[in-house]
Every structure is written in structure tokens, then in C-alpha cells.
Design a protein around this ligand. Structure first.
Ligand code: IFM
Length: 419
């Protein structure tokens, strides 16, 4: 890493996920969640990416990207138990071919929050047959794609799905049970480990990782005297403190996340990092993150995105530097801003890539960066309102219009230099 210039071969791109962009995905658990009125609106045709993927990849190419991350929709591949849809499998082959024709390296996610309806009905992640089901689906996908795809992401942000789905109960399956959350955690580890071996058996030189929602943790002001320390001292104390919290198990979920990475060490080629904001942590017998209320009490919060998440590039730096301890390559699989004011997106990209560059200088082995997202899309419970895209969507006409921030990011992708 020389100054702010990224190395040759660095992956530059943007990410999407099937349910958020494809449209007409009506055989999964999220479709049912939407039908039950549990999200702000229904995903409907979304960005009609299922039919317009070539147009979207033309845009990505014209915007200087050399890679693209997307996900496979299991409910399209296997809409009923054991019934595989050949047309859907061939569709994803066409998607990958379309990327390759445009010199975009495909990064393929096998699970990005949605489950086929029949899997959900059988108990979803905690079904005793879940691992078997997932591996059978993934094996069929790999049969079609493994000679075309080098980079695989097994599961996207499992801890987010676990927390929202099994603790808070605000995502499918709407459970509130620590026991079930733990069961899901165990199955995430099993699925990832098995997939690693299966994908490597099919293609020796592939890279398999998981997209981890990475948080930078800060002490909740009113509980800690550390606020008055200099940044360096705070970092020193807080990382020690964090270790203590993790080992005492008070911060149960972050503990699990780190324990996942430790367990997965022999079965992970890279760590996928999804970073958006920081979290405040306090001792509590319940879930230890401060929510929005604590954040606003902390008096430390800076600018926020349109969903109210604080914009904190330093947190990305801290998280990346902290991940050096796993001695694995890192790919930033998601990082982005939802806003209606596009100039803020430019500042966001610039400051976060600055953090990435600094982390690389400090020894973090970072191989790529994917902005979330290529186009505006369906943001789960929040529907279409949050605008994360480099490309603006007009959902009525399905017209796409690259924003000035897309051009700004294109400059970085083309030159490997932050301007
Ligand atoms: O849209 C989501 C994505 O599906 C997973 N990571 C966070 C994004 C923004 O919330």
C-alpha cells in the first residue's frame, strides 16, 4: 500500500442480494413476512433485476467496477422440497457469464437472509434437517457454477438474522428464544464448515468466506470513565475491556461472533466484512448493545444516515485492525450509506476508503471493497425508502440513473486512488 493507492488486483465493486433486487420472489419466508404486513411494504417487482441484470452489469462495468457481489435465491432453485428448477440454475449461469463477459469477477452468496417457504415451514435454521437441506441446495448450485465462480460467501450476516429472527422476533421466523438462537448459531457453523469442504472439493483454488456484520464497540458513556481518555488510550483500554466482556460472556452475541471466527479459522479463506456503524456497549443482563436511545444519550454521535445509523469511518478502521489477529485476508463485502443527499455519499465513500487504506498500512490484508449497493433496493422491514444505491432507481418506470457518487467511486475503481 503506497499512500492512498490500492494495489493492482484489488477487487472493486458493489453488492446486491436476490430478494432485495430481483423482484417477484414469492416463494420465500420474506414474501410471507411482507404479506403478513410485517414490513413497511412488499418487495413486489423490486428492481426487476431478474430480467434486467445485463443492464445493471453494463452500468457496473461503465462505472469502473471489476467485480460484483450478488446472491442466489434458494427458493427459485428449489421451490419445493427436492424439486430443483433447472431454468433457475441456468439463469444464474447466465448471470455469471454476463459478469465474466464484462470482466466483472463474480462473488456469489449462497444465503442472504431468505429461506424457501417449505424450509421455513419445516423449522428453518433450527430444523434437524436444515444442514442437510442447505448442503443439497448448495451442492446443486456448485454443480452448475463452481467452474465459473472463484469467490463464495456461504452465509450473509448470520448474527443479524439470528438476532432479528430469534431474539427480537422482528424478522422471520419471529421467535424470541435464546435456545433457538443458539441452535441456529450451531447450524451456521456446521453449514459453513461443510460448505467450505464441498466447494473446495469441487474447485481447489476457490475462496470461501462468510459475510460478517462487523461492529466497532464503544463504551456507553454514562457507565464508563474511559470517555475522558485520549483516543490512543481509549483504544488500548477498550480493546482489553472488550476482551474481558467477551470472556466473561456478558456480551453474549459479540462473543459468539468472535468464537465463530475462531472456530472457522481452518475453514475460511477470507473474512468478509460488512460495516455500517458503531455500537455502544454496556453491562447488562439482557442484550448488551445500546440501542438508538443510548446512542442519543451518549452525546458522542455524529452524522447519521437516513435510517438513523451513525456514520463512523473510524469504526471500520478499528474493526479491520482488530481482525488482523485472525491472520486471514479480508474482503469488505458491504459498506454504504442510505441518504437522499448524494454529496454525503461521496464523503462517506472517501472517508471509509481512507479508513481501509490506513488499516492496510497498519498491516490488515484487505483484498477488495464492495459498496452497498449497486442500485437502490428493498431494505427489508424499511421497504424502498432508504436509498443506498450508487444508481438511483425510479421504481415506477424501472429507470436507472447513476448518481454523482457513482462517478466519484468509478474514479477510485479505475485508478485505485482515493481522490
Ligand atoms: O440491505 C442490507 C443487506 O441486506 C445486509 N447488510 C446491510 C444492508 C443495509 O441494511
Amino acid at each position: 500500500m503506497d499512500g492512498n493507492t490500492f494495489p493492482k488486483g484489488f477487487l472493486w465493486g458493489a453488492a446486491t442480494s436476490s430478494h432485495q433486487v430481483e423482484g417477484d420472489n414469492d416463494a420465500n419466508d420474506w414474501a410471507d413476512w411482507e404479506t403478513a404486513g410485517r414490513a413497511k411494504e412488499r418487495s413486489g417487482m423490486a428492481c426487476d433485476h431478474w430480467r434486467r441484470f445485463r443492464e445493471d452489469f453494463d452500468l457496473a462495468r461503465s462505472l469502473g467496477h471489476n467485480a460484483h457481489r450478488f446472491s442466489i435465491e434458494w427458493s427459485r432453485i428449489e421451490p419445493q422440497e427436492g424439486q430443483f428448477n433447472e431454468a433457475a440454475l441456468l439463469h444464474y449461469c447466465e448471470v455469471v457469464d454476463a459478469l465474466r463477459e464484462r470482466n466483472l469477477e463474480p462473488v456469489v452468496t449462497l444465503h442472504h437472509f431468505t429461506l424457501p417457504r417449505w424450509v421455513a415451514r419445516e423449522g428453518g435454521w433450527i430444523s434437524s434437517r436444515f444442514v442437510q437441506y442447505f448442503l443439497r441446495y448448495a451442492d446443486r448450485v456448485a454443480e452448475y457454477l463452481s467452474d465459473k465462480v472463484r469467490y463464495w460467501v456461504t452465509v450473509n450476516e448470520p448474527m443479524v438474522a439470528l438476532y432479528q429472527g430469534y431474539i427480537q422476533g422482528i424478522w422471520p421466523p419471529g421467535e424470541k428464544s435464546f435456545g433457538k438462537a443458539l441452535e441456529m448459531f450451531r447450524n451456521v457453523v456446521r453449514v459453513h464448515t461443510e460448505l467450505y469442504h464441498m466447494l473446495h472439493n469441487r474447485r481447489r483454488n476457490c475462496w470461501v468466506g462468510m459475510a460478517k456484520h462487523v461492529r466497532a464497540f464503544f463504551p456507553y458513556r454514562s457507565f464508563w470513565p474511559f470517555d475522558h481518555l485520549s483516543a490512543g488510550l481509549r483504544q488500548f483500554f477498550f480493546s482489553d475491556l472488550m476482551t474481558h466482556i467477551l470472556t466473561t460472556g456478558v456480551a453474549f452475541f459479540p462473543g459468539l461472533e468472535n468464537s465463530f471466527l475462531r472456530r472457522a479459522k481452518g475453514t475460511t479463506d477470507f473474512i468478509g466484512v460488512n460495516y455500517y456503524t458503531r455500537e455502544f456497549v454496556k453491562f447488562a443482563l439482557t442484550f448488551p448493545f445500546g440501542g438508538e436511545k443510548e446512542k442519543s444519550f451518549s452525546g458522542e454521535t455524529g452524522e447519521r444516515n437516513s435510517l438513523g445509523w451513525e456514520i463512523y469511518p473510524e469504526g471500520l478502521y478499528r474493526a479491520l485492525v482488530d481482525l488482523r489477529k485472525f491472520s486471514l485476508p479480508i474482503i469488505i463485502l458491504e459498506n454504504g450509506l442510505c441518504t437522499l443527499e448524494d454529496p454525503r455519499r461521496i464523503v462517506f465513500i472517501q472517508s471509509h476508503l481512507g479508513a481501509v487504506a490506513r488499516a492496510m498500512k497498519a498491516g490488515a490484508d484487505i483484498r477488495g471493497y464492495f459498496y452497498w449497493s449497486l442500485v437502490d433496493n428493498f431494505e427489508w422491514l424499511d421497504g424502498f425508502e432508504p436509498r443506498f444505491g450508487l444508481v438511483e432507481m425510479d421504481y415506477k418506470t424501472q429507470a436507472r440513473r447513476p448518481r454523482p457518487s457513482a462517478e466519484y467511486y468509478a474514479g477510485i475503481c479505475r485508478t485505485g486512488k482515493i481522490t
